[in-house]
Structure formats: C-alpha cells, structure tokens
Write a protein that binds this ligand. Sequence first.
Ligand code: ZN
Length: 182
Amino acid sequence: MKSFKTSTSPRAKEIDLRSELNKFFFGASDEVAKGCFFILRRMRRQEGVIYPTTSSELQTCICKSSNHSGEVDKDYPCQSCEGEGYLFDDEIVVGYKTSRFEYQAVEKYTTWGKNIVELSFFYIEHHEAISRYDKLIEPLTNSEGEIISPVKILHKHNIHMAERFRDDCGRLSYFRISCFTD
Ligand SMILES: [Zn+2]
C-alpha cells in the first residue's frame, strides 16, 4: 500500500489555489484576466442562522407575510424584495461561468452538444456561507465583458449546490456553485 506523504512543509512546493484563482480572475503580468462580475443575492437569515435549512430561517418580506396565501406578486413586485419574498443583500462577486451541455440528455434524442442555459457552474471567490436560498444574478454585459449601465438582468440562477473548495490546512480557496435557471 502506498503511504501518504507526511512532509511538514507542504506549502513549499504545492500550488496556492487561492492565489492561482485570483490571478485567473484578475490577471497578472503573465495572465490575462478572465473573471466576470456577477451579483450574489444573499437572502437575509434570521438572527443566529448561518446555514438556513428551511425558508422559515430567512427574513420574510412584509409583502409575503401579510399575504394570506403566502404568495408574492411576481408581476408587480414590491420595492423591498423585488418579488423574492425575502429580504436580501446584493453583493458584486467576481467569478467564472461554465455551462453544461446537453449531451447528458442524449436519451431525449436531441442534438448532441447543444448548449443550454438552464444549468451552469460558477466559480467564485466568497468567504461567507452560501445557501440554496441565495441566487446568482448574471448581468447583461457588452462584447468586452463589461456590465452595461443601467444594469439589466440577463439570467437569474437558482443555487442547487454550493461547494467549498479548500487547499492545504483547510483554507477556503473558492466556491463552485451549481445552478439551474427558471
Ligand atoms: Zn416584498
């Protein structure tokens, strides 16, 4: 059986994932920046909740809590929650998006390799807990990849899975966020 390496100074030779990703996103003398801006919509949690497991652990907007059906008006969304039904904070994050391809659905006899927008992965730098109630908003950009003004929403992605990637000593390097789109 192969034994594990137990070197006491593993950092000396290993790649620092966090700094590599940072160079990938923001560029360096030998690297062109590939990051794009996205908006992370973090739903506000109830006091003391870090990872909400049910929507009751979020801060419900008055428009939802005052409605007997508990529904929010999507056509004429309220100003406070923009129709989310929960209070939130929008944060600009830098990330990189990849899309999944439809070859995974060949049993449906659709065209092989056709790109679909419904499923995507986002690699982002973030240092707080992300939950499945949060959303990633993809703004409309120009051909240079810059966000146009006024900001327009191109896609709103629901988070299906937020995965933390860590490097040595458990330091958080980045998140991979798997999303599906309404
Ligand atoms: Zn509201």
